[in-house]
Write a protein that binds this ligand. Structure first.
Ligand code: FEO
Length: 396
């Protein structure tokens, strides 16, 4: 079965679904796969918007040819050069040698650097318009959502925003392509995980893109990943607005790094005490066993964060160090932070976490404490106090 999939008349989804790649960017787990969305507009001139990962170029070009027959693709609009979207450009050029590639003044260097392509590139400026016939495309430069060359393309007659990575999510499309064909709840967590893993560092740039598009009458959101939002684009616009403006919910993520269970014991005590103090959304994670991808996603969601770590080779336990580094990289905001450390002969975890707290500029909840060897009664008392203070601060 290989049916044509229309977004609107003469506008087609020609993306592919990747259920084979296990880690996106060789970093982020894909238990539910991912889609690479590409779109075809058939008019007096034919325009393709973005391509797909190179692995899928055969089925991608088959889809295009099935729609176009002997007609040619006149334009390839490159909204984004990350190879999950630009990977099939060379294969496409082989099939359609006359194709005119359209990008902005940052795109050309990527095309040459990745693929050795130096000709046939039409450079557009911000707000420039390209007429295909009855369809008109307006280009909006949106740098750093997610790379410097990223832009969005707005189709005026149908109000379709081809948004690049913005408004995207993990999760392959499993039959349903459009928001009105899907169980949106299924995609909710995967959208947040995608955002926090891939886009979150550039949240201020996402907000800038919102400002830029404020007067644009968007009726359909067509991202490079995940569902196409044709019935309720506000759902994904609101979700991205919340995520990129650091809005949080009441709840606490407790993450610990523990070699032999002593740090874990303190973390469990804290989680229990949070529950006794009325916190209903608690996520307790072992940093060595839950992938950073999921930790980031839940931390971005909930206002409270408590990190505990043992000392390992006179430093933070490596999975916890990876987490604090990733949080600093993404400039996490609007959180209340609790920290504690443990050690046996050389204290380091607590001070390293204090250093993280200072750099992250988060609201530090007292007490900050450390336990030597196994936690003593007094350490568990401090743990309870930290949980009580955190619950009070969140409900405050
Ligand atoms: Fe889906 Fe930044 O590429």
């Amino acid at each position: 079965m290989n049916r044509e999939i229309n977004i609107r008349e003469d506008v087609y989804w020609v993306g592919v679904n990747d259920q084979e790649t296990s880690i996106f960017e060789s970093l982020w787990p894909l238990p539910n796969g991912v889609s690479y969305n590409s779109y075809l507009i058939v008019d007096e001139k034919v325009a393709l918007i973005d391509t797909v990962k190179i692995t899928y170029h055969d089925s991608f070009i088959d889809k295009i040819k099935k729609i176009l027959g002997n007609k040619k693709v006149d334009y390839l609009i490159v909204n984004h050069m990350e190879p999950d979207h630009s990977g099939s450009i060379k294969a496409l050029k082989k099939e359609y040698p006359e194709i005119q590639i359209i990008g902005n003044n940052k795109t050309a260097a990527f095309l040459e650097g990745f693929y050795g392509l130096t000709d046939d590139i039409k450079i557009i400026k911000d707000a420039e318009v390209l007429k295909l016939g009855k369809h008109e495309l307006k280009f909006h430069l949106t740098p750093m959502v997610h790379w410097p060359e990223t832009m969005m393309t707005f189709e005026k007659s149908e109000g379709i925003l081809f948004a690049g990575d913005a408004f995207g999510g993990f999760g392959a499309l499993q039959g349903g392509i459009f928001d009105d064909e899907l169980d949106i709840k299924y995609y909710e967590d995967e959208i947040r995980r995608y955002y926090t893993n891939i886009v979150a560092k550039y949240s201020p740039m996402v907000q800038k893109a919102f400002e830029k598009l404020a007067d644009t009458d968007i009726k359909v959101i067509a991202s490079t990943h995940g569902p196409v939002w044709r019935s309720n684009p506000d759902y994904i616009i609101d979700a991205y607005d919340r995520l990129s403006s650091y809005q949080v919910e009441e709840g606490v993520v407790v993450v610990y790094g523990s070699m032999y269970g002593n740090t874990k014991k303190i973390a469990e005590n804290i989680a229990r005490c949070l529950a006794e103090n009325g916190i209903r959304q608690i996520r307790l994670y072992d940093a060595a066993r839950t992938h950073l991808s999921y930790l980031l996603s839940d931390i971005w969601r909930f206002e409270g964060l408590i990190i505990g770590s043992c000392t390992y080779n006179t430093e933070l336990f490596p999975p916890v160090a990876g987490l604090t580094s990733a949080l600093l990289n993404r400039r996490v905001k609007n959180h209340k932070l609790g920290i504690f450390g443990t050690y046996s002969w050389s204290s380091a975890a607590k001070d390293s976490l204090l250093e993280f707290a200072e750099k992250a500029k988060l609201d530090l909840i007292e007490p900050v404490f450390e336990a030597k060897y196994a936690p003593a009664q007094d350490d568990l008392k401090q743990a309870s106090q930290l949980a009580q203070n955190m619950a009070q601060a969140l409900k405050g």
